[in-house]
Design a protein around this ligand. Structure first.
Ligand code: ZN
Length: 135
C-alpha cells in the first residue's frame, strides 16, 4: 500500500517470509529444498528442478555493487523530495542479486564492485527495508 512515506511492501504468499525476516533484521533468500538453488525474487517453483519445496536460509548480508543508477525523476510522487537517490543491484556473496539502495554514501561515491553490507531501515512503524552501506 502507498503511504506518505513512500511505496510500502505488499507481501504475498510468495514473499511474506522475506519481509518478515527483514523485520527481524535478517536477509533471507528463498532456496530450493531439493536441489539447493537460491532464487530471488521468491516464487513457488524452482526454475531448475521444478520442486515446490523451499526454505529460507539467512544470508551473510555481504555483497558487492553489481550495477547502479542515480534517479533524478522520482518513480513515485512520495519520492520527489528524495531525488537524487541511488538504486543499486547488489550481488550477494551467496550469488543472488537484490535491488536496494546504498545509504550513508553520496551517489558519486558508489562504484561497481564496491563491497557493501546489509542493514535494515525502519521506514514506517513495523516495516523494515533492506538497505546497504559501504563495507
Ligand atoms: Zn531445485
Amino acid at each position: 500500500m502507498d503511504s506518505p512515506l513512500g511505496p510500502m511492501p505488499q507481501p504475498t504468499l510468495d514473499d511474506q517470509e522475506f519481509w518478515e525476516a527483514c523485520n527481524r533484521d535478517e536477509l533471507v533468500i528463498q532456496q530450493c529444498a531439493e536441489c539447493g538453488t537460491l532464487r530471488h525474487l521468491p516464487r513457488p517453483m524452482c526454475p531448475k528442478c521444478y520442486s515446490l519445496q523451499y526454505q529460507w536460509p539467512v544470508m551473510s548480508g555481504r555483497g558487492t555493487v553489481h550495477s547502479y543508477t542515480v534517479i533524478h525523476n522520482p518513480a513515485h510522487p512520495a519520492l520527489r523530495d528524495r531525488v537524487p537517490y541511488n538504486v543499486v543491484l547488489v550481488e550477494l556473496e551467496e550469488g543472488p542479486r537484490v535491488v536496494s539502495n546504498v545509504v550513508d554514501t553520496p551517489s558519486e561515491g558508489i562504484h561497481v564492485g564496491m563491497p557493501v553490507v546489509v542493514l535494515f531501515q525502519e521506514v514506517a512503524p513495523g516495516v523494515k527495508l533492506p538497505k546497504f552501506r559501504k563495507a
